[in-house]
Design a protein around this ligand. Structure first.
Ligand SMILES: Cc1cc2nc3c(=O)[nH]c(=O)nc-3n(C[C@H](O)[C@H](O)[C@H](O)COP(=O)(O)O)c2cc1C
Length: 537
């Protein structure tokens, strides 16, 4: 028999955002059978909420209910994975019961965490993945808590029944679990150890009986030191889960995730053959198969690279909503040290906001390491050509095309403006590249945006005034925080640009670090600056 004292009066909140929860004392094996002492949590009455369609989008493969069903691989088509572990305990009821480890909707019985996962999935989309073990857990409370405690004592990592195929396609993993004995359930350890989360973002959520996250956030970071573990977490008391749909949906929306379907299978449209659509979103490859300029030979992923060798750079369009006046176009390059593209902070949400403000917006998914920034810059140039070719369709003046980037994405945009704009095409780098009609169109841009970025190379700003002066650089907007470690580099680059006669606008955000992405309220200032630039064109 096991008992654990939870001293978390702070867990009375219905919904706790961004807090890792207070710790719980460890279990001892003396008395009592429940791992949780309820601690003054808000009582929530049974929910009348209705939701008939929460299961859509679960990634393929039938649930295998028995140990001998064998191991399954499951695959989805999105860039967001919502993975959860949950045990719907055997409670005799046909209604939602506050505090029970189940939620019932339309006769379907779900575990607490499962229900929350499904609300998240219904809100933001993404692929749902149920972490299940080969050996099933008892559904009765006492044997369940005993088994969980034994597994923890033995540090047993149970074998999983199902596996995520194409794990590498996911940029963000929303990971849900119940607090079990002030820790992750052991199957979640197995799950975290099974995949390489390097360069991905993990967004944890927990359901619990009073302990919040305990130390699980730290544990996740320790198990996946390469991953970015988001601070925007969700902690829900089991007492409030059944009535939490609105809060969960609000939290899910606050994540700013907009699921993009995984690009392009290899039969997708390319910028060479597609016609721009100013209304509906398009995902377009930038190069024809077999004709992508490259000097890097990349044939095998040794595990160090986010994209596999068959990755084809592509752009995603975010048209201005109908009825909104069109001001111009902006091509956006997310950062990520050329190791990944931080789309959810620096790509999709930025494009959505700018399109609402009247800019035809485009996220450019350029090549990462092992390719060079020169090769990536050619990807951007190609995207600019497509936008210019269809300037009329997009309702813009062809001079009103801006590029911008965050961190490495800004360096990439700068590389294009310094060396690969105009009609410089892929053959400048790779003489086996065969230029096509689109390459005859200029890749010049009318403005550049450097969001905690600069002209130069990773970590090193260029101060080459001669090069700046001879490159016909467009007006450039800088925005960075005073706590950014590269403040000195930004300042030097700005000074050199001014000396070279390049019009520069600088917004400095007091106390802000590197990597704030679409947050911190800089977008209206950028919009005002860009509107002025385009109006003067
Ligand atoms: C084995 C076990 C251990 C638990 N340990 C804790 C705990 O240490 N702290 C806590 O707050 N809740 C604890 N709980 C309560 C669960 O976290 C809570 O009921 C959760 O919502 C269950 O989620 P599920 O229905 O998705 O499995 C435990 C529950 C079980 C079954």
């Amino acid at each position: 028999m096991k008992r654990m004292n939870i001293l978390c009066l702070c867990m009375t909140a219905l919904l706790i955002l961004g807090i890792a929860g207070c710790g719980a004392e460890g279990k001892d094996n003396s008395t009592g059978s429940s791992p949780v002492q309820e601690s003054g949590e808000r009582e929530v009455s049974g929910s009348e909420n209705e939701n008939g369609d929460l299961g859509a989008g679960e990634i393929a493969a039938d649930k295998q209910g028995s140990a001998d069903a064998g191991s399954e691989s499951q695959s989805g088509s999105s860039n967001i994975l919502i993975a959860y572990f949950s045990i719907p305990e055997d409670v005799e009821t046909t209604d939602a019961v506050a505090g029970a480890s189940i939620v019932i909707r339309d006769g379907e019985k779900m575990g607490n965490t499962e229900y929350v996962a499904k609300v998240i999935q219904q809100t933001v989309g993404g692929d749902l993945f149920h972490i299940e073990t080969v050996e099933e857990y008892p559904l009765d409370h006492d044997p369940l808590v005993d088994q969980a405690a034994d597994e923890q004592d033995e540090n047993k990592h149970p074998e999983l029944l199902n596996h995520v195929e194409n794990f590498e396609q996911y940029e963000t993993i929303i990971l849900g679990f119940p607090n079990w004995w002030a820790d992750l359930p052991m199957p979640v350890y197995t799950f975290l150890e099974e995949y390489d989360f390097g360069a991905k973002t993990i967004i944890p959520f927990v359901t619990h009986g009073g302990s919040g996250f305990s130390g699980t956030i730290r544990t996740i970071s320790e198990l996946q030191p390469g991953a970015h573990v988001s601070e925007n977490t969700l902690s829900l008391s089991r007492n409030s889960v059944a009535d939490s749909e609105e809060d969960v949906a609000a939290w899910a929306e606050s994540l700013g995730l907009n699921v993009t379907e995984i690009a392009p299978d290899n039969s997708g449209d390319t910028v060479a053959d597609a016609v721009a659509d100013p209304v509906d979103q398009q995902i377009l490859y930038l190069w024809e198969e077999g004709n992508m300029p490259a000097v890097t030979e990349y044939t095998e992923n040794n595990g160090n690279y986010a994209d596999d060798p068959d990755f084809r750079p592509y752009m995603v369009t975010f048209p201005v909503p109908e009825g909104t006046e069109v001001k111009g176009a902006v091509l956006i390059n997310a950062g990520g040290a050329f190791q990944f593209r931080s789309d959810q902070m620096e790509g999709t949400p930025v494009a959505q906001e700018l399109s609402r403000l009247g800019y035809q917006s485009f996220v450019v998914n350029y090549r990462l390491r092992p390719y060079t920034q020169e090769e990536g810059a050619l990807d951007l140039a190609r995207a600019v050509r497509f936008v210019r070719k269809y300037a009329d369709v997009y309702g813009i003046d062809e001079k009103d095309i801006a590029v911008m980037g965050f961190s490495a994405g800004g360096i990439l945009a700068g590389e294009m403006l310094l060396n690969f704009d105009g009609t410089v095409n892929g053959s400048a780098l790779d003489d086996s590249y065969v230029p096509d009609e689109l390459d005859g169109i200029s890749a010049d841009a009318g403005a550049d945006g450097m969001i905690y970025s600069f002209y130069g190379r990773l970590s090193v700003a260029s101060t080459d005034t001669d090069k700046f002066a001879s490159s016909n650089l467009p007006p450039t907007y800088f925005c960075y925080g005073t706590r950014d470690p590269f403040v000195g580099e930004f300042e030097e680059c700005v000074e050199a640009l001014k000396e070279a006669g390049v019009p520069v606008e600088v917004d400095v955000l007091e106390g802000r670090p590197h990597g704030y992405g679409y947050t911190e309220g800089w977008i209206p200032a950028y919009d005002a600056w860009l509107t002025g630039i385009f109006e003067n064109n």
